[in-house]
Every structure is written in C-alpha cells, then in structure tokens.
Design a protein around this ligand. Structure first.
Ligand code: PBG
Length: 323
C-alpha cells in the first residue's frame, strides 16, 4: 500500500495540479482590518513599532475605509485613542467619544463597509487596565456597567457589531442584555473569547498608549499554558450569546483554533495581533524573510487551523495580493 504505488509528489508537479488539490484558500472576504482613530484633522501618524500602520483622524479614516472597501475587505475594527483619560474610562462611553464619532462618519460616508468596534476601557483609563480598579485590584462586576454603556453608545452611533476584548466574566451576557433593552437586538457580538495574556500585544499598547501603569493583565487575560480553559471561555461566551468567538493571538494559538473548530458551530475569528505583524515586518526589513510569503503563509495557517475570519494589520496587503 505504500511506495512505489503511492507517490504524493505526483500531485505536486505543476501549479494547476497544486491548485486543483489545494485544501485551504484565502479571500479578501476573510479579512478584517484594524484601524486606530484619534482626534484632529488631516492626521496620519505612523506607529513606531508597527511600520505601515497609523493613528488616523476621522477625515483620513474615512478615506482609508473607502480604499478598504474597494479592496473587497468586508469589515474594519476600530480602536479609539482619546485625548482625555480618567479612572473610569468615561471617554470610552461618551456618546461624543472618538469611536462614536468615527462610527457615525463611516456609516454616513462608507455605509456598505461593516464597522466593528472594540469594547474595552483600557485605552480610556489613566491606569491602563481593562477594568475599574480599587485597592490595586481589577473589579469584575463593577466594570460590566462601563462595558454596557460603551457597547450601547457604539450601537447608537451605528456600529454593525461590537467586540468586547476586556475578559471580564459575564460581559457578553451583560452587553447582550443592554443592546436588547436599548433596541439593538440585531447587533451581533464578536467576543474575544480565548484571549491570552500575551507579550505579542506590546506594539498595540504603544499605538494606543494603553500599557497598564501597574501590574499586568494576568488576573483577567488567560494563562497561555491553558487549552482546556480556553475551550471553557469559548463555551461560556457562546452560552452568554456571542455570535462569533475569537481566539487571540493567532499563530501562537493554532491548537486552540483547531480544537474549537471541531467543538463549536459558531463562526470562529482569529486575531493576528500587533506583535505578529511587527515580527514579520522587522524580519522582512532586515532581509531575513520574504514579507509577501510570510504574510500569506501565516494567514493561510490560521485559516487552515480553523478560522473563518482573520483580524490582521496585513488585510490590505493580503487583499491586494489576492485580487
Ligand atoms: C484591549 C485590546 C488589546 C488588543 C486588542 N484589544 C490590547 C491588550 O489586551 O493589551 C491587542 C491587539 C493587538 O495586539 O494587535 N483593548
């Protein structure tokens, strides 16, 4: 039953043959592009640790969104960089906050592009944590009210989907309840379900100036050692009403994606995070990797592991290569 009867190289001989037996393909429709929005006008500020990614003012963001739509990418996810922070992250759930204003502008000027919003207070708090802090501890239940208000004001501004990334227990149920009460039963929740306490978020924290000012996030984000717990997080978020669940970071968590794909029926998202982007960029700049091939191979691996959609800073580059 083996060699020489079977020769797997027979089907690898030419590109048409390889194309015919290819098991996984990528399409611009699989991609979601993360964008950072800040106050001001005509502002496009490159993020030092993420070459090719920018903090954009709303007018520039709208132009960027038009290009994203033209490339066939169905959605963006927005992160806000506010000009004012406080203990409670209140600029994050101000109806006139930066994300709320950006959503209104996008839905007004690029209505057929899906706008997803990140729901988490860390970018808006002086202490940089994803929850309210008392006596050096990150509070769970008290934080849920902030997340409710943030999700509701995003929906009121016109967000097509909200994506809680805070890792507080019970936040999906709380947000679902809030959206339903406020008249948004059709706004889906994309839950950052299995989010590990990862060093690969470091460039993002530079971009959003959101590093915790004391301690770290390990009392709420997951221990990277835990696979079964990741599956419990996913099960619980689905039970609480998540429409799509996300695993993050992507490449270091392919086992979680693969197992989740076998166990759950909801769509699965993966976030190729800032550090994954910056690693490839840095290696390519040093001449150590072919950037194009590194982008496509990493995205393909994430898809092969089980992701239906991928949040990636490479979305535009990949879409250009695929179109
Ligand atoms: C929290 C949030 C973070 C990311 C997405 N949402 C940062 C964190 O948890 O520290 C990271 C995304 C990335 O690294 O690209 N608002």
């Amino acid at each position: 039953m083996a060699f020489p009867i079977h020769r797997l190289r027979r089907l690898r001989q030419s590109e048409p043959l390889r194309r015919m037996v290819r098991e996984t393909t990528l399409s611009p429709s699989d991609l979601i592009y993360p964008l950072f929005v800040a106050d001001g006008r005509d502002r496009k500020e490159e993020i030092g640790s993420m070459p090719g990614q920018y903090r954009l003012s709303i007018d520039v963001l709208v132009k960027e969104a038009m290009e994203v739509r033209t490339l066939g990418i169905p959605a963006v996810i927005l992160f806000g960089i506010p000009d004012r922070k406080d203990e409670r992250g209140s600029s994050g759930y101000d109806p006139q906050g930066i994300v709320q204003r950006a959503v209104r502008a996008l839905k007004d000027q690029v209505p057929d592009l899906l706008v997803i919003t990140d729901v988490c207070i860390d970018e808006y708090t002086t202490h940089g944590h994803c929850g309210l802090v008392r006596d050096g501890r990150v509070l769970n239940d008290e934080t849920l009210d902030c997340l409710r208000a943030m999700a509701r004001t995003h929906a009121e501004a016109g967000a097509d989907m909200v994506a809680p990334s805070d890792m507080m227990d019970g936040r999906v149920a709380a947000i679902r309840d809030e959206l339903d009460r406020a008249g948004f039963p059709d706004v889906p929740i994309l839950a950052y379900a299995a989010k590990f306490a990862s060093c690969f978020y470091a460039p993002f924290r530079e971009a959003a100036d959101s590093s915790p000012k004391f301690g770290d996030r390990r009392s709420y984000q997951m221990d990277p050692a835990n696979l079964r717990e990741a599956l419990r997080e996913i099960d619980l978020d689905i039970a609480e009403g998540a429409d799509i669940v996300m695993v993050k970071p992507a490449l270091p968590s392919l086992d979680v994606l693969a197992l989740a794909r076998q166990r759950v029926l909801v769509p699965l998202a993966a976030y190729q995070v800032s550090g994954e982007y910056s690693m490839i960029k840095a290696a390519a700049r040093a001449g150590w990797l072919d950037e194009t091939r590194a982008i496509m191979e990493s995205l393909l691996a994430i898809k092969r592991a089980g992701a239906d959609m991928i949040l990636t800073y490479f979305a535009k580059d990949a879409a250009k290569l695929l179109n």
